[in-house]
Design a protein around this ligand. Structure first.
Ligand code: BGC
Length: 742
């Protein structure tokens, strides 16, 4: 008996040494034990070497999940790190387990695992910065916190376009414009992956509403899809080179996204040369042979179709060896390319202080000043004697976005996600606007009214010099808003307060656009979105002018839902909505369709084409200083040597404060192109001291001026006259020049 024990101990030691050797060997470049650990080989070569060593069962293991780490009967649950899902590795070959974690705006599931995560402002908020460098900082911070908490794969990078403003997940996405959305998500993923994390784009594709998300067939023309929803993914892929793309729950033009050959193989893998792997959204796999043939590489979170069923399909020749191996090769390649093998997970202590610093900086860059009458803002703390803070639990915190993106707030004993129903209960982060404002203005009397009693709130506002109403709109996964009104009679509260105090400022905490029937009767409006762990400090810094706001809207704020392409949201039947119907893995079938007839006209392109007035246009945002635009000069594509058109103009800070202007360039295509009136083709963030001016050049790649030609399956520049417009928002474009392009 003792002999056996000793033998086991020796064996265990040998195994440990083997892996230690493998890891160390990889990092020192000495592939003593495993040739694929040589970092001098390409990820493709390394993946190819491992592939040759794998048995059929081992290959199967790599292409599916192991169920939920929490609960359930999965015997492997103890091998999970407590995230959203995991796929086992092949220890004998040094291939690690994939530990996956939802991380849209911060690392999920920290409370239940006894950890801490920083919540950054929502993804939509970060897009309002229009700042690729900020997006990089965003991704890096999340990547570091993922690694410290023991994860090597991120479930994030949502880039569905805000085609439907009531979509409950718009806060996880990057707005309505494909260039802006793709650029911001691309830089986020790029920098997250630099931390040796497998990054992801999701939910591919046209998963633009949550209502009936497992049952809906999104019907959309190919050209429209390529120039809108898919273009955002394409740009994100080009910039970020994500290791993974998650296919979505819905069907697109008749086939589920996770078994849609056009989306997965023809476009993603062939046209875009995507080198990573495709994994299904949780329970979004619906078949073995069809899904495999279409290009789905990994089933998550279970193995219903990619476990024993896949093994049988391979043995029966229904899935070819080459096709099957390609799934495995893509997963292995991604593991090498991302560095998760060369830099194995080493848990650490999250740098909370640094995270909170970044959270504040991100929020300051994301908060949009929408209205500022008579220069009420910034508040002068030497002059403001009393402030009423009203509503939205502003004494305690600020709201966050729910669903699988939910980050647990610091100080929670039990994860609110497990204590509450993330689809029913909102989570407020302990970042208190009341405290932040009181701290920044110590000589000012700052008092709070919850807003539950509008009369009491109005009375407090009347007694105060300034009233600041905090108003929220909570959104989350698996649910769409019935309309864009603020819930809980907050419109009424704002009206009452505004009637009592002319110096009323509204601070919005929203996941998407809201209607504002009171907009004309308040003096200031600040859109803070879901502002993250340090939202209150950022809001206070902007209100009191420590920070000059620079953010601009990444979505249009309409006057009313009646102006939307779909005034009514199209939802599933009552039967389809029955409990459980939505999550029956692989069982659900598309039962209703949403026809995206507006096609190319997403967001501002719709409102422009339909000549509809808007409440606040795409690209809009005020500053505490003012800017002027002049000296537009054009240099047509071809002369720059790279086919790009150069648009050059001067921006001047005409006010008395330093600031950053997000100068935007839009193009109108020749009429024969059949496009909406204009599209964003570039922008520049210009930092200017008072009176300073700068000549700025924005280069516009010819693809951004092209249309997608279905006949040739390619992008085409239509010869003719192009009009370029430059200015501060999609509806304030002071400079115009025409250019003929061949
Ligand atoms: C969501 C995904 C998420 C997954 C794992 C699904 O319900 O749609 O975005 O990554 O759950 O939590």
């Amino acid at each position: 008996m003792n002999g056996i024990k000793n033998w086991c101990a020796v064996f265990a030691l040998a195994i440990t040494t083997l892996f230690a050797g493998a890891a160390a060997g990889a990092q020192s470049g000495s592939p003593a034990l495993f040739p694929w650990m040589s970092t001098t080989l390409s990820p493709d070569e390394r993946a190819g070497l491992v592939l040759k060593e794998l048995t059929l069962d081992e290959k199967i293991l790599l292409i599916h999940g192991q169920g939920s780490p929490f609960g359930g009967t999965n015997p492997n649950a103890y091998l999970s790190n407590g995230g959203d899902g995991f796929s086992l590795g092949i220890p004998r070959l040094g291939i690690p387990t994939l530990q996956m974690i939802g991380s849209a705006y911060g690392v999920r599931f920290s409370a239940v695992n006894g950890r801490y995560s920083t919540a950054l402002p929502s993804n939509l908020a970060s897009t309002a910065s229009w700042d690729p460098e900020a997006a990089c900082e965003y991704g890096s911070m999340i990547g570091r916190e993922e690694r410290a908490q023991g994860y090597n794969m991120s479930l994030a990078g949502g880039v569905n376009l805000a085609r439907e403003l009531r979509n409950g997940r718009n806060f996880e996405y990057h707005g309505e414009d494909p260039l802006l959305a793709g650029t911001i998500v691309g830089h986020r993923v790029r920098c997250e992956q630099e931390q040796h994390i497998i990054g992801e784009l999701k939910h591919y594709a046209v998963n633009d509403q949550e209502s009936g998300r497992n049952l809906v067939d999104s019907i959309i023309g190919v050209r429209a899809m390529r120039e809108t929803d898919l273009l955002a993914f394409e740009i994100g892929n080009n910039i970020g080179h994500p290791g993974a793309v998650m296919c979505s729950y819905n069907a697109v033009n008749g086939d589920y996204a996770c078994e849609n050959k056009y989306l997965l193989s023809d476009v993603l893998k062939k046209d875009w040369n995507f080198k990573g792997f495709v994994l299904s959204d949780w329970g979004g796999t619906h078949s073995t042979v069809k899904a495999s043939g279409a290009g789905l590489d990994m089933e998550q979170p279970n193995d219903k179709y990619y476990g024993a069923a896949m093994k049988k399909a391979v043995l029966d020749g229904k899935v070819s060896a080459a096709e099957f191996d390609d799934h495995v090769r893509r997963i292995l390649r991604t593991e090498f390319a991302s560095g998760i093998i060369d830099f194995p997970i080493r848990k650490g202590v999250v740098n909370a202080e640094n995270g909170l610093l970044i959270a504040r900086r991100q929020a300051e860059k994301s908060t949009v000043l929408l209205k500022n009458e008579h220069g009420l803002l910034p508040l002068d703390r030497a002059k403001v004697r009393s402030i009423a803070i009203i509503g939205s639990h502003a004494d305690e915190g600020m709201i966050s976005g729910g669903g699988s993106a939910q980050v647990d707030p610091q100080g929670s004993f039990v994860s609110p996600v497990r204590q509450k129903d993330i689809h029913k209960d909102a989570v407020w982060f302990p970042t208190s606007p009341l405290k932040a404002i009181a701290a920044i203005a110590p000589g000012t009397q700052v008092r709070f009214a919850s807003g539950d009693d509008p009369a009491a709130a109005a009375a407090l506002a009347k007694e105060s010099q300034v009233a600041i109403v905090f108003a929220y709109q909570w959104t989350h996964e698996a649910y769409d808003l019935p309309n864009l009104s603020l819930p809980e009679k907050q419109d009424e509260l704002i009206e009452r307060v505004a009637a009592a105090n002319a110096n009323t400022i509204v601070v919005l905490e929203t996941g998407t656009a809201v209607t504002m029937p009171w907009a004309d009767r308040v003096s200031g409006i600040l859109e803070a979105w879901y502002a993250g762990s340090k939202g209150a400090d950022a809001v206070a810094n902007i209100l009191f002018g420590r920070i000059n706001p620079s953010a601009k809207l990444p979505i249009t704020f309409p006057v009313s839902e009646a102006d939307l392409p779909h005034p009514q949201l199209v939802g599933p039947s009552a039967e389809a909505k029955a409990p459980g119907a939505e999550m029956r893995t692989g069982v659900a079938r598309p039962t209703f369709s949403v026809h995206y007839n507006e096609g190319l006209k997403v967001g501002y392109k719709w409102f422009d084409a339909e000549n509809k007035p808007v409440l606040f246009p795409f690209g809009f945002g005020l500053s505490y200083t003012t800017y002027s635009y002049s000296d537009l000069k054009m240099r047509p594509g071809g002369q720059t040597g790279d086919g790009a058109t150069a648009v050059s103009f001067r921006v001047k800070n005409t006010g008395s404060r330093a600031g950053v202007e997000i100068a935007q360039v839009y193009a109108s295509l020749p009429a024969s192109a059949g496009e909406p009136p204009q599209r964003l083709v570039g922008w520049s963030r210009v930092a200017l001291e008072p009176s300073e001016s700068r000549q700025v050049t924005v280069t516009v790649d010819s693809k951004l001026l092209s249309v997608f030609d279905e006949d040739t399956n390619s992008w085409k520049l239509i010869p003719g006259r192009y009009t370029f417009r430059v200015g501060s928002s999609s509806r304030n474009l002071a400079l115009t020049a025409d250019l003929t392009l061949q």
